[in-house]
Ligand binder design. Structure first.
Ligand SMILES: [Zn+2]
Length: 63
């Protein structure tokens, strides 16, 4: 994922592919990139359940 689950910033440079790490330049949030992807997907699901017709803020990437 390229989206920061903490502040919502989307930046492909947030992701350090080689290290499988995610680092947000905006808020300095740091985590494993697979974990970040899981959090983002969970947030999409939560929006869907709460009635948002088309929850969408970024492409969901599954590697
Ligand atoms: Zn952030």
């Amino acid at each position: 994922s390229q989206r920061c689950p903490k502040c919502g910033t989307i930046d492909k440079e947030n992701r350090l592919n080689r290290e499988h790490a995610f680092f947000c330049k905006n808020c300095a949030y740091k985590s494993n990139d697979d974990r970040v992807a899981a959090i983002n997907i969970q947030q999409l699901g939560t929006e869907w359940i709460s009635g948002t017709e088309r929850p969408c803020y970024t492409k969901v990437e599954i590697n």
